[in-house]
Each structure stands twice: as structure tokens, then as C-alpha cells.
Design a protein around this ligand. Structure first.
Ligand SMILES: Nc1nc2c(ncn2[C@@H]2O[C@H](COP(=O)(O)OP(=O)(O)OP(=O)(O)O)[C@@H](O)[C@H]2O)c(=O)[nH]1
Length: 468
């Protein structure tokens, strides 16, 4: 599901960043006895890279954009001090309390999982798999992966050129799940092509179907125009041909969204995850952690959703399941927890630090400011971080997801998206709207709650699954 392309860790890794230097020394994680720094990666084929991963997860749950408890306003300037018992924020969306400046995240000083000297890169899923592949049985998830054994790195792994032979079995089975998950969106589109003629009525029906699928006006008009051109060029005479041409047009429109998430260029790669309430952030982080752990990456989780106890517990379950560490403290300032996690990740030289933030509506200014603050404080812990800022969006929210992308991007400069819950929705067309109006890369998409239901986004695969 994930593929890695490892390269030598950056030299800046173990060194404290300009701001983080002193602070990180205070971080409990730093003081943790268990910081067996893993051996630096053997020099890979090219400098900087550590891993490249591709995969996806989903989770379906109704989006419930309830406002989380108001954040406490911690002093940005002083992230983690080891003291300052964090005041537990009552779960009320009211008055942002002045929180202690630096909550020492109680990282269980469990021994840091020794990062493998080199993870064996798995075969990359092809960018354009043969979708006619017979369905393989779903890949059952095994028990928590044991600590990955260090394996010698193969010489110069290649970062997955698009041209590849047959997809791995798990990718083929993913296509089946994807197709099934997109059924609601796809069926409304495919019924347009059940007639016998290519006429204006067909285009009108298609326009309606695209709008109903929340593709948005801009993307709908673009696709219709593009499709007409293709039909003319191909001299298509059958609606079924038009359907295939639409799949091509959609794949081309979505192609700019297809981009792999790179882990390993920085040590650690700090990935901040945000989104509205219930979008699937924690679940996606859990699944991503599992994929990373399976691929031999060491991971540290930061429970920066300090307001909802269930969120921390939920993340803790994923941490236990995947045998990775978690930095967490109830009621602490989310920025401080994030700072501590990044500092700990640097000290322990983990491959990735995943920061789970509390859900918030993009219209809640003070909560968006809190998110901005987390981002800034993470940068204090590591001047190059965050390396990825991901927004998790619920596919069920349709056009509202586009508004979320715009607002979160403005606030925290997104680098990628995870689109969950594309199963059970007829609004999967929102990806076309995003491609046309706010093309932020889609790293993963999800069509179910199982681990294997979150996979990397592939534009052609998506288009074909939708219009198959
Ligand atoms: N069907 C489906 N369910 C999903 C998917 N992703 C997450 N869920 C479910 O959605 C629900 C909410 O997921 P969470 O991960 O808790 O969402 P969250 O964004 O962390 O929630 P808050 O922390 O409250 O903001 C859970 O029941 C998940 O199992 C998906 O891709 N498909």
C-alpha cells in the first residue's frame, strides 16, 4: 500500500533547530532515557529522501461539525517547560482560557522503537494500474506489526515511474473497493450513458449529474467542454464511448492532484493534520501510522487534540496497536504538546511525527488562529517543520469541502489532502471541483473504515472506478 524510497537523512536532523535547541532540551521526551538514536540511513540513491509512500484509508462517519472546546491560549514564545501542569480545559466552546504556557507533554518514556537502519522499500503501486485486473480478495489486516527488522536497503530504489506492469494484488483489490465505494456517485453519472444517441439531451443530463455530484459549476463546464472536443476528435457515435472519453477527461482533470507523500527527506518528517470535527483525522492518522510502521518507519504521534479525551484515547489505541509512542497530555496546550512531540521526534530521530489536532470549523476564527499557532510553534521546534500540513475532508460534505480547503489553506498553507468517506456518498465529484478551483494534492482517499480502505490517490484509477 505504501512504498518507500529511502534516502539519506538530512544532516539537520539530530541538530536542534535555532529555536528548538534550548527548548527541546526541556522536553521530557529529550530527557527520556530511551532515545536510541537509530543509525543514519545508509546513503540512498539521492540525497535527502527517505521514503515515498502511497496508499489510502477511509472511514465513514457522518460529519458533525460541532465546535470543539475553545483552545487555551498558551504563550507561543515559551513552548514546553517541564513544569506547568496544564489546566484541563472544560469541554465548552466558550471563553478561551489563558492556558499555561508550556505543558510538558507526558510522553511515556517508553523506549523509542529502534528505527530500522533501512526499510525495505515495498513495490510502488503503479500510477495507472491495469484496472481490468480481477478482484483480489481484500487484504486482511494482520496483527500489529512487530518492530521491523533492519534490512539492507536495495540499491537505488526507483520512485515508481508510471509505467509499470500489473498492479500488486492489494492494489487490484483496492480498485474493487474503490469502485464499490464510489458507487453512489458513479451510478448517477453512468445512467446518463444508457441511451442510444449522443445528443444535446445527453450533455444536459450529464451536466445535471455532475452538478448533483458536487463537481461544481467550474469543473462541470470545463469537463463538458473538454468532453465535446474529445467526442468530436474520436468521432464517437455511441454513448458508451462518451462515457470512456469522460473517464479520460476526468482523469486528466484530476491528474494534478496526484502526488505521493514523501517521508524521509527530513528527520523527522513532521506531518500536521487538521480538519473539521469528525472528518476522520484520528482514524486516518492511525491508518497512516500503521502503513508507515509496516513500511519500517518509526513514528511518533502527537495528541494535539487536548480537549476531547476520546480523541487522545483513540489515538492511544492506534499507538498501542502499532507499537509507536505518543505524546499526550489532557488539557495541555495543543501547541506545547506539538512542540514536545517534534522535539522528542528530533531527539529520537524518528522518521515521522504525526500531529493530530482537534476538529474545528473553518469558520471559527479563534480556532483557526489556534491552528496557526500550532503551526508556528512546530516551526520553533524544528525550523523546517511542518513538512506536510494535511487537511482531512469528509467526502460527504461535497462543495463545503471546497470551502474548507480554501479556508484551511489560507490559515495554515496546506500541502495535501486526505479525502475520507467517499463510500456512501453521492458527492464524490467534489474532487473535480478541488482540481479545478483549488488544486491541493490529494495524498489519500478513503472508502471505508478498514485499514486497507485508505489508499493513495490515483487520478486515472479514480476516474475509471467512478465511471466503470
Ligand atoms: N465510512 C468511513 N468512515 C470513516 C472514514 N474515516 C473515518 N471514518 C469514521 O469517521 C468517524 C470519525 O472519525 P475520527 O477519526 O474520529 O474523526 P476526527 O476528525 O478525528 O474527529 P474529531 O477529533 O472529533 O474532530 C469514525 O467513526 C471513523 O471510523 C472513512 O473513510 N469511511
Amino acid at each position: 500500500m505504501f512504498s518507500f524510497f529511502r534516502r539519506k537523512k538530512t544532516e539537520a536532523g539530530p541538530e536542534a533547530g535555532p529555536e528548538a535547541g534550548a527548548s527541546s532540551a526541556d522536553a521530557p521526551a529529550d530527557a527520556a532515557p530511551a532515545a536510541p538514536a537509530p543509525e543514519p540511513e545508509p546513503a540512498g540513491p539521492a540525497p535527502g529522501w527517505l521514503a515515498r509512500l502511497r496508499g489510502g484509508l477511509t472511514g465513514a462517519a457522518p460529519a458533525s461539525p460541532a465546535s470543539p472546546a475553545a483552545p487555551s491560549q498558551a504563550q507561543e514564545s515559551a513552548p514546553p517547560a517541564e513544569t506547568a501542569a496544564p489546566q484541563v480545559s472544560p469541554v465548552t466552546p466558550a471563553a478561551p482560557a489563558e492556558a499555561p504556557p508550556a505543558a510538558a507533554a507526558s510522553a511515556p518514556p517508553a523506549p523509542a522503537p529502534a528505527a530500522p537502519a533501512a526499510a525495505a522499500p515495498a513495490a510502488l503501486p503503479p500510477a495507472a494500474p491495469d484496472l481490468s485486473e480481477p478482484p483480489a480478495p481484500p487484504v486482511p489486516q494482520a496483527e500489529p506489526a512487530p518492530a521491523p527488522a533492519a534490512t539492507p536497503e536495495p540499491a537505488a530504489p526507483q520512485p515508481s515511474p508510471a509505467a509499470s506492469s500489473a498492479p500488486p494484488a492489494n492494489r487490484a483489490s483496492w480498485f474493487v473497493r474503490l469502485k464499490s465505494g464510489l458507487k453512489k456517485t458513479g451510478s448517477s453519472l453512468t445512467t446518463v450513458f444508457t441511451g442510444t444517441h449522443i445528443d444535446e439531451a445527453l450533455y444536459e443530463d450529464l451536466e445535471t449529474a455532475l452538478l448533483m455530484a458536487d463537481a461544481g459549476v467550474a469543473a462541470t463546464q470545463y469537463l463538458l467542454h473538454d468532453l465535446r472536443q474529445r467526442v468530436k476528435q474520436a468521432r464517437a457515435t455511441e454513448p458508451a464511448q462518451v462515457r470512456a472519453l469522460l473517464a479520460d477527461a476526468l482523469a486528466d482533470l484530476l491528474a494534478p492532484l496526484q502526488k505521493p507523500l514523501v517521508v524521509g527527506e527530513y528527520c523527522p518528517t513532521v506531518i500536521m493534520v487538521a480538519g473539521v470535527n469528525g472528518a476522520g483525522k484520528t482514524t486516518s492518522i492511525g491508518k497512516l501510522t500503521r502503513h508507515l510502521a509496516d513500511a519500517g518507519c518509526s513514528v511518533l504521534l502527537a495528541a494535539a487534540d487536548t480537549f476531547r479525551a476520546a480523541a487522545r484515547e483513540q489515538l492511544g489505541v492506534w499507538a498501542d496497536r502499532n507499537r509507536v509512542e505518543i505524546i499526550s497530555q489532557q488539557g495541555a496546550d495543543p501547541s506545547a504538546v506539538s512542540f514536545d512531540a517534534v522535539a522528542a521526534g528530533r531527539a529520537r530521530q524518528v522518521d515521522a511525527v504525526l500531529v493530530d489536532t482537534a476538529g474545528r470549523l473553518h469558520t471559527q476564527a479563534h480556532l483557526m488562529q489556534e491552528l496557526q499557532k500550532i503551526r508556528r510553534v512546530v516551526t520553533k521546534a524544528d525550523a523546517t517543520a511542518p513538512h506536510e500540513v494535511l487537511l482531512v475532508i469528509d467526502g460527504n460534505t461535497g462543495q463545503n469541502a471546497l470551502a474548507q480547503v480554501k479556508a484551511f489553506d489560507e490559515a495554515i498553507q496546506l500541502t495535501g489532502l486526505i479525502v475520507t468517506k467517499l463510500d456512501g456518498t453521492a458527492k464524490g465529484g467534489v474532487l473535480a471541483a478541488i482540481a479545478r478551483e483549488k488544486p491541493v494534492p490529494v495524498y489519500f482517499i478513503g472508502v471505508g473504515e478498514k485499514l486497507e480502505d485508505l489508499q493513495t490517490f490515483n487520478a486515472r484509477e479514480f476516474a475509471q472506478a467512478l465511471l466503470a
